[in-house]
Design a protein around this ligand. Sequence first.
Ligand code: P6P
Length: 332
Amino acid sequence: MSITTLGQFIIEKQMDFPFAKGELSRLLRDIGIASKIISREVNKAGLTQILGDFGSVNVQGEDVKKLDIIGNETFIWALSKGGEVCAMASEENDDMIPLNGFYSKSGKYVVCIDPLDGSSNIDVNVSIGTIFSIYRRISEPGTEPDLKDVLQAGNQLVGAGYVVYGTSTMLVYSTGAGVNGFTLDPSIGEFCLSHPDIMTPKDGKVYSINEGNAAEFPEGVKTYLDWVKGTNKEENRPYTARYIGSMVADFHRNLLKGGVFIYPPTAKAPNGKLRLLFECIPMAFISEQAGGKATIGDGSRILDVIPEKLHQRVPAIMGSANMVDKLEDFMK
Ligand code: P6P
């Protein structure tokens, strides 16, 4: 039997850390459980009429769809029950969420999560995703968690990853020693290792950006977008535009095939639209762990930005290293 389930993989990797007590392994298990529940809900959404707006509006001013609520509550339940996490921050909640599970207060970790990113695509059957980050808490175990526990730079991450609910459900994560992808086999209810040691190509010919905002882009981005459309066989130009408006789906395709994902500042969003804590840091971690790059457009790493507010936004350029460098050159 050549299958390696997520659980078996986590335990095998835990063996590499002789002093590990299994807390992170159990945390990753809990994320896997929540992801399987959300996958079930996402895949039956059209049938059970849980589509459509829940009526409330989240801190981003976006209509919240029922699956957003289900996704958020599922992760809060799973991480509270697991006891390894003392607090969460969610893209769906204004403030930090201290967890109240029996063991939560002694939990060593905190989790930042976008439970269902790209949810505006739910009712048109486009892939959506969960994005998560894991940090060690700074406050003492047993004490009340503090905002400083979640406002940590990406260079402090213990692990991060995403789940893409697409033609299949895939969990992709890293704990700092490379990136591995697991595909859910619904017939056995297990995530099975399908993409070991993911390395993103140094070059690619896919660029992902919402060119509808082009008039508002910084000059360097505008010049780059003209350059990618130019003809040069040696440089594989013109590039191909691929943008589905669901970050996890766009990022995942570029991670595997090569490409660059760009969300620059616009007049409407002078710091870009993507959230530092819930989208940019975890995806930047995966990108770098897979040999790619992730910057905010002035050469500085996304992982070095120190968050000041829970829902802070930053511009983002991430993906194939040489493609990120090329755009950065145009923006100097
Ligand atoms: P725009 C979804 O709302 C999201 O946060 C990302 O998943 C996606 O990449 C981006 O916004 C799309 O934004 O402005 O291009 O529609």
